[in-house]
Design a protein around this ligand. Sequence first.
Ligand SMILES: *Cc1c(COP(=O)(O)O)cnc(C)c1O
Length: 387
Amino acid sequence: MKKFIPLSVPNLKGKELEYITHAVETEWVSTGGPYVNEFEEKIAEYVKAKGAVSCQNGTSGLHIALLVSGIIFGDEVIVPTLTFIAAVNPVKYIGAEPIFMDCDDSLTMDADKLLEFCETECSFIKGQLINGQSKKWIKAVLVVHVFGNMTDMEKIMAVADRFNLKVIEDATEAIGTYFTEGKYNGKYAGTIGTIGVYSFNGNKIITTGGGGMIVSDDEELLKKAKHLITQAKSDELFYTHDEIGYNYRMTNLQAAMGLAQLEQLEDFIKIKEINYKLYKEKIEEIPGLSIMNFNNNIRANYWFYALKCDNEYPLNRDEIIHYLTSKNIQSRPIWGLISEQKPYKNCQTYKIEKAKYYLDHVVNIPCSTNLLKKDLLYVIECLKDPC
Ligand SMILES: *Cc1c(COP(=O)(O)O)cnc(C)c1O
C-alpha cells in the first residue's frame, strides 16, 4: 500500500522546539510571557497593520472582532454561505442574525449580489441599513478570504461605505495574501476592513496548535479587544471588572511556536505556489478536471487547492473522494453550505446559486508544505486514470 497522503498537516522543521523549550525552561507557559507580545508585534509588522491582539483561536478572534465592531443582540450581519461554520457561529454567540450571501467564481462573497441586496431588499434610513424583511439593522458584513484567495475588497468596501457597514475580514485562511494592484495594492488580507482575524489552527498555513490573531489599524478597537480577551479587568491589583470579559488570551507556549512558524511563512508560500503550479499544469491535461484560480490581482498564499470536476470526468465529486481514499490519498468536499445546516436553515438567504454548484463540483486535494514531488505526481497519476 502507498503511504498515506494527508490533506493538510503542519510543517514544524524550524525553531519551534527551540522557542517552546525556552518557554518551558523559563517557566513562562501561560498567558503572560515575552513571546506573546513579540508574536503580536511580528504579525502586525508582517501584515503592515497598526497592531495585533492574539487569542485562543480564530473563532474566539471573530467573536471579539464582532463585539468590538459594535454588533449587539438583535443586529444583523451579512455573511457568506460557502465557508467554514466557525465564521458564522460567533454572530449567533452575540444573539445577532446572519443573512447568507452567495459566492462568485473566486469562491468568496459575491460583491455584486451584496450591492444588489442592499439596494433592492433594504432601505437606508438615517445612516442605518434596514432589512426590508426583518426590519432590523444590518450593521456589518463579514467576508471570508476562502482558501487564501481574496474577496473583491474594492467592491465590498464601496458597498460598506455607502451603507455604513462595518467590515469584518475572516482572513483565517489567508495570512500572507495581499493585493498587487488596484486601490489596495500592497494591502494584506485582514487589514482592509474594520478589523481582521487570522487562525493558527493545525491545518492552516502556519500553526500554533490552536491560536488566532486580531488585527486592525484602529488602535481603540485593539485596546477594547485586548480588554475583552483578558476578562475585562480594569484594575490589575484589585480585580475590578467593568464588563463581561472572556478568557481568550493566547499562551506563551502557543506564541513561541507561532514565532517559529512565522519565520517560515514566506518559504511555505513559495512551496505552496510551486506545488499549485505543478498540479495545475498536469491536472488541466486531464479532460473534465481543472484547478481553480486564485485572483490575478493578488499575491495569494496558496493555502488550499480546489480541484473542480465537470461532467466530462468519469467520476463525480463523491466518487473522486472515495477513489482517492482507496489510493490512500486524503481529500474532502468544500464545507456544506452554512445556510443549509440545521442551526441556520431558517435564516434569510439571497440568491444562493454558485455556492451550490461549487459545493457539488469541488474537492480539496493534498496541499501540505512537506509533500514530496513524488507524492504530488502520485496524486496526479491517480486522477489521470481513475479505475
Ligand atoms: C479555520 C477557520 C476558522 C476558525 O479558526 P479556528 O482557529 O479553528 O477557531 C474560521 N473561519 C474559517 C473560514 C476557517 O477556515
